[in-house]
Design a protein around this ligand. Structure first.
Ligand code: HEC
Length: 169
C-alpha cells in the first residue's frame, strides 16, 4: 500500500467515526425522551412484565401461592438471606428477622428499627396480597420503606418465596 492510500484510508475512517459520534450525540440531544422510553420498555419486558403495557403497571399480577413451587421458593429466598434471618429467635440483620412474618403484622419485630413508613403500617397484616405487592416492588408496596431491594418481577417467583416464607413459623 502506498503512503497516499493509507492517508486516504485514515481520513475515511476518521470521517466515519466523526459521523457516527455526531449521529449518536444528536440522537441523544434531540430524542432524549425516545431513548428513555425505549430503555424503559426493554427493562420492563426483560423483567417478564411483557411489553409496553408493563410501563403503566401500578399493581402486581395476582399470584397462586397454593400452586407455587416450594423448593424454588427456598432457593429464591437465599437472596433475602443477605439481609434477613428466618429461624425462630434468629437475629435482626440489615432487615428484621422474618420468622412468622406471613400472617403477622407489619413491623412485627418489637426491637428492630423500622422506617417510619413501615411503623405506620403496624396495624396491617402481611397477608398474601400485601406480600405480593411488597415483594413485587417494596417502594410501591410500602412507599418510604428502607428495604433496598428491587423486587421480584415474576408472579410465580413471588408466590414461591411467599409459600416458603410461610413454612418459617
Ligand atoms: C438489601 C437488604 C434486603 C434484602 C435483600 C431483602 N430485604 Fe426485606 N427488609 C429489609 C429491610 C431493611 C426491611 C425493613 C423495612 C422498613 O423498615 O421499612 C425489610 C423488611 C421486610 C419485610 C417486612 C418485615 C416486617 O416485620 O414487617 C418483609 C416481609 C421482607 N423484608 C421480606 C423480604 C423478602 C422475602 C426478601 C427476599 C425476596 C427480602 N425481604 C429481601 C432489607 C432487605
Amino acid at each position: 500500500m502506498s503512503m497516499e492510500f493509507n492517508k486516504i484510508l485514515a481520513a475515511l475512517l476518521c470521517a466515519g467515526i466523526i459521523a457516527m459520534l455526531a449521529g449518536f450525540v444528536s440522537h441523544k440531544l434531540y430524542h432524549p425522551h425516545h431513548l428513555e422510553k425505549d430503555a424503559y420498555e426493554i427493562a420492563a419486558s426483560e423483567g417478564g412484565g411483557g411489553g409496553p403495557a408493563a410501563v403503566e403497571q401500578t399493581e402486581p399480577e395476582p399470584i397462586d401461592v397454593a400452586g407455587a413451587d416450594l423448593a424454588k421458593g427456598e432457593k429464591l429466598a437465599k437472596v433475602c438471606a443477605s439481609c434477613h434471618s428466618f429461624d425462630n429467635g434468629g437475629p435482626d440483620k440489615v432487615g428484621p428477622n422474618l420468622f412468622g412474618v406471613v400472617g403477622g403484622v407489619h413491623a412485627h419485630r418489637p426491637d428492630y428499627a423500622y422506617s417510619d413508613a413501615m411503623k405506620a403500617e403496624h396495624g396491617k397484616k402481611w397477608d398474601y396480597d400485601a406480600l405480593n405487592k411488597f415483594l413485587w416492588s417494596p417502594k410501591k408496596g410500602v412507599p418510604g420503606t428502607k428495604m433496598g431491594f428491587a423486587g421480584i418481577k415474576k408472579p410465580e417467583d413471588r408466590a414461591a418465596v411467599i409459600k416458603w416464607l410461610e413454612t418459617q413459623k
